[in-house]
Design a binder for this molecule. Structure first.
Ligand SMILES: Nc1ncnc2c1ncn2[C@@H]1O[C@H](COP(=O)(O)OP(=O)(O)OP(=O)(O)O)[C@@H](O)[C@H]1O
Ligand SMILES: [Mg+2]
Length: 419
């Protein structure tokens, strides 16, 4: 009585080839916005309708919010397929992000943040979305769940430098590893196939606009799906490495402070007269404690402090109590300028910071280098944005950039462009 009449929706040929690949594992390196997620939602649904009660298929994304977005897209999508009928097709569990089909198959949406949560179940098919942004352990965990079932897994993502397991996996797939198939979709492939933007313009227009706005290496990664050594990192891995020096023991001449917002950290960075990091603190405390810690910093040393949003009253309170405090508001353009200044300093080796380590306590100054390496450009409708990838922090980068800004103001560097 639960017969499902399913007709596959329209797919572009480049999407169809991937979905219909006989390979157990497909690894797709693709440009942004070419329909990776959309097409794989369709595939996972097709896998789920073949399942019996209690059998699961998984959608895995690097962080919870992304898993939730896919969950909502799947719901909406099937609702639309049914012509907006009011009797629900899925049994929906909002808490666990699961959708149960009439025949009993379950589609579960999972976050890869804690690989431990990915062990356990027998999984009959999986999609790993944005795999180049997730940790390798999460793939190991997912892989173990596919063993008993011989389940298929499809990887989709943008390329993101060459320093991640996802890149290596794609290379192996490309080299013809057993059971793997490799696919690459550039923005031009998608444009040639007739993809349009959400507002109905040819995709090519969007691609050409991005090409004008973006540094070449960023464009190559996001639109040509070609991994670059530095790719979307605005500082450059080699340059970052060249700036590593032990924590200085000299006196600070300026500070940069990034205040914690909701889930992140307050970070204090001090630079000595050579531009070397000589002071570092990173913590999560309430506003009272945060304020009093900051007020114990050397009185007359210039400070630039992030006063964006909810940080504003705290920053003002600090500014009243101390001398030499500059309140700095982050907007997309002020952040861009600040980060370009930092990139310039790093590329000219005018700033140094300590080495990072495998497992660091929260207050370890090595977090600076870690965050610099993970930091990225993002291209959006409204322009280029600088930020940490989803699920990661950029407070150290912001504090360092603010310290550099203060340092730059006192030492009078020339202004020239980063690219
Ligand atoms: N087969 C299709 N038919 C109609 N529209 C499509 C199709 N494939 C993709 N699209 C549209 O293209 C846009 C981008 O799709 P999607 O979000 O799946 O891309 P993506 O490659 O996952 O992007 P991102 O880089 O943001 O992860 C969406 O508006 C989607 O509706
Ligand atoms: Mg996507």
């Amino acid at each position: 009585m639960h017969s499902v009449h399913y007709q596959r929706p329209f797919l572009y040929p480049y999407q169809k080839t991937i979905l219909d690949s006989p390979a157990r594992f497909t690894v797709t390196e693709a440009a942004t916005k070419v329909g990776k997620t959309t097409s794989h939602i369709i595939w996972l649904f097709e896998q789920a309708i073949q399942r019996r009660p209690g059998q699961s298929v998984w959608w895995v994304a690097p962080v919870y919010t992304q898993a939730k977005i896919a969950f909502n897209r799947m719901r909406r999508y099937v609702f639309n397929l049914k012509g907006g009928a009011t009797n629900a097709f899925f049994k929906i569990n909002e808490t666990n992000l699961t959708l149960t089909l009439p025949k009993g198959g379950v589609i579960a949406f999972k976050s890869a943040e804690k690989p431990d949560n990915l062990y356990g179940d027998d999984v009959y098919a999986a999609v790993f979305d944005e795999f180049t942004r997730a940790r390798e352990e999460s793939w190991h965990a997912l892989r173990s769940t596919l063993t008993a079932t011989g389940g298929k897994c499809k990887f989709i993502g943008n390329v993101k430098g060459k320093k991640n397991w996802g890149y290596l996996l794609a290379q192996r797939a490309k080299a013809g590893e057993d059971n793997y198939a490799h696919f690459k979709i550039s923005a031009y492939d998608a444009a040639d196939a007739g993809l349009t933007t959400k507002d109905g313009r040819p995709f090519k227009e969007e691609v050409e606009a991005a090409k004008k706005d973006l540094p070449e290496s960023v464009f190559k990664e996001l639109y040509l799906a070609e991994a670059m050594d530095d790719g979307t990192n605005p500082f450059g891995y080699n340059f970052i490495q060249l700036c590593v020096q032990p924590l200085s023991t000299m006196q600070p001449v300026c500070f940069g402070i990034d205040l914690a917002k909701t889930t992140d950290y307050t970070v204090i960075v001090g630079l000595d007269k050579n531009g070397s990091v000589c002071w570092f603190d990173r913590f999560q405390k309430d506003w009272m404690q945060t304020t009093s810690i900051i007020k114990t910093l050397p009185r007359n040393t210039p400070i630039a402090i992030d006063s964006t949003g909810i940080g504003d009253p705290i920053a003002e309170d600090i500014a009243r109590a101390m001398n030499n405090v500059e309140l700095f508001k982050f907007s997309s353009s002020s952040k861009q300028q600040l980060m370009e200044g930092l990139a310039l300093a790093i590329q000219a080796r005018k700033i140094t910071f300590p080495q990072s380590e495998e497992k660091m306590p929260p207050h370890h100054a090595g977090h600076i280098k870690n965050e610099l390496e993970n930091f990225e450009f993002e291209y959006t409708r409204t322009g280029v944005r600088y930020s940490a990838p989803p699920g990661l922090h950029d407070d150290c980068v912001c504090a360092l950039a603010l310290a550099r800004h203060k340092f730059g103001n006192t030492s009078g560097w020339g202004k020239y462009s980063v690219w």
